[in-house]
Design a binder for this molecule. Structure first.
Ligand code: COA
Length: 373
């Protein structure tokens, strides 16, 4: 590990996985062999969740049963509601989910009857309930009903957030974004989940660790940071000027570049098309135009392309999602991929415990405290 190139495990293959295939040339991403382009066009998110967790696409009946199951699991135990009410109103929403996940692990612990798949379903169904129960309690003083008639995870999130039935275009935009965010091989949060699973710890602990990893701006937090940046510019000219200034100050531009893809993120054109569609539909095109100009400057000046997080920002904004909920949405989608990896890790487990090259002091004698100055 002494090579600078190997820092951050870049390019290091640490195991095998049959869940997602990521083409470093930027040509593609597939979930269990199905191309992401086809899935984003034709599938719904629950089909993808089922595919990832159960290893195959559901039949029509299985999908209906799965959606009904998820709908039934949207309730929150009273003790969890109390925990959410006790959190400060200014808590970071990712911390709300991390705490909610951990608290549910105390209230409904893993057991022979409550397995990784049922815990994954429970978390997938109730993450939106946790976040939005906490949100409405602290912002509006309301204890909302966390069940809804919406059959999809996307629809459930939107209906709890807005307390009204979402329109079809917004619901589908969200659904597609959840498909795109569902799985991505050994990204940092998934690797964190697998490290925890490899110690034979429980599913909640692995998921909690993954949420912690996803929270950072170099990973899932990039979509929120990208939104903050885009929102700063009133016009494309402002954006052009601002980007030149940021780049000359050697700033990292959130939502650009990728550890694996070096020629383009195959998910980006899909979410960009949705960002454009929503901008046109809502007749609010500024954010999309500013985003496109930022994309052009980044390509021209740095040869860097947008990753999924960049156009997710304007897409979610057009869907009426508060910026602080962008990364929590990523959690809701990615908990399916995390679950698939926890299952795969357990199937052929080996403790993940790499080595470090020691660079500290050479051996020396201990100095008793009274002789230390
Ligand atoms: N803005 C500005 N410069 C960037 C950049 C960005 N978003 N991403 C990479 N670069 C530059 C690096 O500074 C580096 O330049 P240098 O060779 O002059 O030092 C070069 O491009 C190579 O980048 P590197 O840091 O080696 O890539 P990485 O594989 O370690 O990092 C990311 C990948 C994703 C962490 C990095 O691109 C990044 O921080 N992007 C912004 C955060 C983000 O969008 N995260 C979501 C990822 S899906």
């Amino acid at each position: 590990m002494s090579e600078r190139n190997n820092s951050g495990l870049a390019g290091v293959v640490v195991g095998q996985s049959a869940i997602a295939s990521v083409e470093s040339s930027g040509n593609g991403l597939s979930y269990r062999g199905y191309d992401i382009l086809e899935l984003a066009e034709q599938a719904n998110f629950e089909e993808i969740a089922y595919l990832l967790i159960h290893g195959r696409l559901p039949t029509e009946v299985e999908l209906r049963d799965y959606q009904s199951d998820l709908m039934r699991h949207r309730n929150l135990p009273e003790a969890l509601k109390t925990v959410l009410e006790q959190l400060p109103p200014e808590t970071q929403p990712m911390d709300v989910l991390r705490t909610g996940c951990s608290a549910l692990g105390c209230l409904e612990p893993e057991s022979d009857q409550r397995t990784v798949t049922s815990i994954a379903d429970r978390l997938l169904a109730s993450f939106a309930s946790m976040l939005l129960y906490w949100h409405h309690f602290h912002v509006n003083g309301q204890r909302i009903e966390t069940m809804s008639d919406e059959t999809s995870v996307a629809g459930h999130f939107l209906s709890l957030l807005k307390q009204e039935t979402p329109d079809e275009l917004t619901r589908r935009a969200m659904d597609v974004s959840l498909i795109l965010y569902a799985e991505h091989e050994l990204n940092a949060s998934t690797f964190a989940a697998r490290v925890v699973a490899s110690t034979l710890s429980d599913t909640y602990s692995a998921m909690t660790a993954a949420i912690g990893a996803l929270r950072g701006p170099l990973h899932g937090g990039a979509n929120e940071a990208a939104m903050d940046m885009i929102a700063r510019y009133a016009t494309v000219e402002d954006a052009e000027r601002g980007m030149h200034e940021a780049l000359s100050n050697k700033q990292l531009i959130m939502g650009f570049g990728h550890r694996v893809y070096k020629q383009g993120d195959p998910r980006s054109p899909i979410i960009k098309a949705w960002s454009n569609k929503l901008a046109v539909a809502t007749n609010k095109t500024r954010l999309f135009e500013v985003s496109e100009r930022i994309e052009q400057v980044m390509m021209r000046e740095k040869g860097l392309f947008p990753n999924l997080d960049f156009y997710s920002a304007s897409t979610y904004h057009s869907c009426g999602i508060p910026t602080a909920f962008f990364t929590p949405l990523f959690v809701i989608a990615r908990c399916t991929g995390w679950a698939a990896h926890i299952i795969e890790q357990r199937e052929n487990n080996k403790l993940i415990r790499p080595l470090a090259e020691y660079t500290g002091p050479t051996p020396r004698s201990y100095i008793p405290i009274e002789r230390r100055h």
